[in-house]
Design a protein around this ligand. Structure first.
Ligand code: ADP
Ligand code: ADP
Ligand code: ZN
Ligand code: ZN
Length: 833
């Protein structure tokens, strides 16, 4: 296709994806283009859903006709034509969390370089032959430690994990890991038949018996007489009496292993995993590699040690070696060292610029925030030497302190200078101001959005009256809190340690809204989302909701063990801890906005009250797509089916039987106020507010969701399609609905992620309501609006990683603006003038 040199524009005609209103638009190439607008206005539908999707489709078309056919069913954007569209690379934030385990090293390709370096330029001990690069990877048979298979940890199943209380007898369930109910009794009855004493305390059994019962690989089959006493059983066996059945014994440990590796039931797996402890592998000491691989050193360190250093530390090491091999007399090894080292160094430098110097190569991606991961990918792209492509980014400033945002803009400028086009969906004013071109979508969310309000140079947006972005961009006065609330007490933490926080003493004010600030990696999350949460949860004997990952990954090294500290005052004023985080609200499309908030229960009851439903005896359960009687039998209520592709990730297509409605035809015949249940799930919260306006119970729940700025979401919007910020606001709405009275502590980590300044205002209203009712609110935030509206501030720093972790300031806003050591202070001062 000929590219029109004169205009150098990407020309979009007739775009109608999601809520886009048949829009026509010309977008300049080789520029930094920022897409703005309130949440749900259609920015992503344009940038990702239309432009990126079309570029991707064309790319796929060029690779494989087979893949195209399948892919087409999914994601052909609804648009008439797009001309002048270069290939695109999306650096989107992961929706719904990452499932694969990778690390900083693998995402950035630093691990590959490091392996090559160790293989070719490492210091080998005498008699150790050359080891190829794969031999330094714990994920290959050549490299993996033979004991732990490269995991670094081994599962321990010991007497003490399986028998937590050795005072109990077997009859009293001393072996806690045995299956419950009949199966457990069966094992006991088998032991009775075999003559073991099940009525003395476990600790009094001979060691030989205890070991056999727990660890034997033998699986003897014996006659079983349930209900018989040991004496009667012995007699029955002696007399060769016909048993009720023959039972097979399985050792307690083999039972756990078998269940863990082959049970179909997540619940069973989870249950047995309680009896497994993860411990550091004794052979490799957690380093995951074979001894031989670990014997090779670079700069005096093995590759596992190098991987555990922070990128900032690595930069210093490789700075030294990058100069190697530049002399005339250099050996080949020195030349190789120099080359690879300077490549590694230049990659690391970009990550340092993006404020990621506190990460180590071994950090796994699930422990990173979506923003950190996106910036890592961005840093990697800077080195890909691609040009002539569009990079499409989704809120790259998420989680960034304003000081780090500057560096991010520098990197985007670099990519642009290399001949690329940058599309950014963004709310952060600093980024918007840096744009060469602004595309403002709006005016509102959902159906009331989807129009292009403005497309042009930044100054021009000023004149666009209906743009909410314009109002915030050009009147950037931040409203300061006028009467900061007075704390009703203090929650004191003493000796707090976690990651880079060392033996910290800190007081959190109660009954007010506190904002914790500091640059990325300074320790805010470690302080608030981990230390504070863990200590308060323990203090209140409140169990924290398990992370969704815990269920599938099985036992892990108990991470919270490294949290130290105690609460020395103030706990008595708190009755409940509520953590409103950005973790997904569910991992499957079976969970959605309506089910999570609980409002779907009421909706289903309404359907069950319809005369036709009553006549057919349909109860409320019938209207759940998770229950067999009501759901589509083909897709089992999922609404779509998976298509496996050979060389590509599997794709989902709408279920042909129910056409994606998830329900069977009979269920859909029940109509409430003119709609069937699937149609209700298709409504946005906004629409549902009107539909259910005479139903106070449902209306109230919906209204709160609308108030936190999510009126544009559909009731049936799957949990997996929600961004972290949306999931967080749904959790907040669910909590607000419960109406806490005064003694709860709410903890929120970056709640403004993904929010337009107009939406941040609405969120603040809700948070103020909580504090007004006497609750304690603690936030981690960079957003200046939120900082300026907080009663109390705690600044962590001064730097990231080991250079951070200290409390730089605690007090009210005015004091922070004047604080000399704080990296946050200059930005506040800027805004407050
Ligand atoms: P923004 O990026 O401005 O927050 P989006 O482009 O994500 O907005 O959403 C615009 C509208 O399209 C919203 O009403 C949203 O609910 C809807 N929408 C987004 N994704 C989908 C989808 N996969 N299916 C149906 N509607 C969607
Ligand atoms: P912030 O919230 O201010 O961005 P964090 O509390 O996330 O900072 O990080 C503080 C320090 O703790 C950093 O050096 C970071 O690398 C380290 N850290 C955070 N999470 C983990 C983890 N899961 N494992 C190891 N180190 C971590
Ligand atoms: Zn090992
Ligand atoms: Zn179906």
């Amino acid at each position: 296709m000929a590219i029109d040199k004169r205009s150098n524009m990407i020309r979009v005609r007739g775009a109608r994806e999601n809520n886009l209103k048949d829009i026509n638009l010309d977008i300049p190439r080789d520029k930094l283009v920022v897409f703005t607008g309130v949440s749900g206005s259609g920015k992503s539908s344009l940038a990702f859903g239309t432009l990126y999707a079309e570029a991707q489709r064309r790319y796929l078309e060029s690779v494989s006709p087979y893949a195209r056919r399948l892919f087409n069913q999914m994601s052909v954007p609804d648009v008439d034509t797009i001309d002048g569209l270069p290939p695109a690379v999306a650096l989107q934030q992961q929706r719904g969390g990452t499932s694969t385990r990778s690390s900083v090293g693998s995402v950035t390709t630093l691990s590959n370089l490091m392996r090559m370096l160790f293989s070719r330029a490492g210091d080998y001990p005498e008699h150790q032959g050359m080891i190829y690069a794969e031999g330094f990877s714990p994920n290959t048979p050549q490299g993996a430690c033979p004991e732990c298979h490269g995991l670094g940890s081994v599962f321990e199943i010991t007497e003490s994990t399986m028998v937590p209380n050795d005072q109990l007898t077997i009859r009293e369930r001393a072996i806690a890991s045995w299956p419950l109910a009949w199966q457990g009794q069966n094992q006991r009855d088998i032991l009775v038949s075999m003559g073991y004493n099940v009525d003395i305390p476990w600790k009094d059994l001979p060691k030989k018996d205890r070991e056999w019962i727990l660890f034997t690989e033998e699986t003897p089959t014996v006659p079983v007489y349930p209900g018989f006493s040991p004496k009667e059983t012995a007699a029955a066996i002696k007399n060769k009496r016909t048993p009720d059945y023959m039972g097979t014994f399985i050792g307690a440990k083999p039972y756990i292993l078998k269940t863990f590796s082959s049970s179909q039931s997540e619940l069973m797996k989870k249950r047995v995993s309680q009896y497994m402890r993860s411990a550091i592998c004794p052979l490799c000491e957690g380093k995951r590699l074979r001894k031989e691989s670990l014997s090779i050193k670079f700069d005096g360190k093995d590759i596992a040690t190098i991987s555990s250093l922070s990128l900032a530390e690595l930069a210093i090491i490789f700075e030294k070696h990058a100069k190697s091999g530049k002399d005339k007399v250099s050996t080949e090894k020195q030349i190789v060292t120099g080359r690879i080292s300077s490549d590694i160094l230049s990659r690391i430098k970009v990550m340092l610029e993006l404020g990621l110097g506190y990460l180590s190569m071994e950090r796994t991606t699930p422990t990173l925030s979506p923003g950190e991961l996106q910036r890592l990918r961005l840093a990697t792209q800077v080195h890909s030497n691609l040009f002539g492509v569009i990079y499409v980014l989704d809120e790259p400033s998420a989680g960034l302190h304003p000081a780090d945002t500057r560096a991010l803009l520098g990197i985007l400028d670099k990519l642009k200078a290399a001949g690329n086009t940058i599309f950014v969906v963004e709310h952060e004013l600093e980024v918007i101001k840096h744009a060469d071109w602004i595309i403002d979508v709006g005016p509102m969310a959902g159906d009331q959005g989807g129009y292009i309000l403005y497309s042009g140079l930044p100054e021009g947006l000023k004149k666009v009256k209906e743009s909410q972005t314009s109002a915030f961009l050009f009147n950037q006065e931040v409203r300061k809190i006028t009467n900061p609330r007075i704390p009703t007490g203090w929650l004191s933490i003493t000796g707090g340690s976690r990651h880079n926080l060392k033996n910290l003493n800190i007081d959190f004010p109660l009954g007010v809204m506190t904002c914790v600030t500091g640059i990325s990696g300074s320790g805010k999350s470690s302080l608030v989302s981990q230390l504070l949460v863990e200590l308060v949860a323990n203090g209140l004997h409140q169990k924290l909701e398990a992370q969704p990952e815990d269920i599938t990954d099985g036992p892990q090294i108990n991470d919270t063990a490294s949290i130290k500290g105690s609460i020395t005052a103030g706990l008595e004023q708190l009755s409940r801890l509520i953590v409103v985080d950005q973790r997904p609200i569910g991992r499957t499309p079976r969970s959605n906005l309506a089910t999570y908030t609980g409002l779907f229960d009421h909706v289903r009851k309404r359907f069950a009250e319809v005369p036709l439903a009553k006549k057919r005896k349909y109860d409320a359960g019938r209207f759940s797509f998770n229950v067999a009687k009501g759901r589509c039998p083909h897709c089992l209520g999922e609404g779509f089916v998976m298509v496996e592709l050979l060389f590509l990730p599997s794709v989902y297509t709408p279920c042909p039987t129910c056409k994606g409605t998830r329900y069977n035809a009979d269920t859909l015949e029940v109509i409430y106020k003119g709609k069937n249940i699937a149609q209700v799930l298709e409504m946005t919260v906004e629409e549902a507010c009107i539909f259910f306006d005479e139903d106070p119970l449902i209306y109230r729940a919906l209204d709160i969701v609308r108030e936190v700025g999510l009126g544009y979401l559909k009731l049936g919007q799957a949990a997996t399609e929600l961004s972290g910020g949306e999931a967080q606001r749904i959790k907040l709405a669910t909590e607000l609905q419960k109406g806490q009275k005064g003694s709860a502590i709410y903890i929120l980590d970056e709640p403004t992620t993904g929010l337009h300044p107009a939406d941040v205002e609405r969120l603040l209203i809700q948070l103020h309501k909580l504090a007004d009712a006497g609750n304690t609110v603690v936030l981690v935030e960079h957003d200046m609006q939120v900082i300026a509206q907080s009663d109390w501030l705690i600044d962590v720093g001064p730097g990231a990683g080991d250079a951070g972790g200290k409390i730089i300031y605690t007090g009210t806003l005015d004091g922070l603006a004047k604080c000399k050591n704080s990296k946050t202070a200059p930005f506040i001062a800027n805004y407050l003038n």
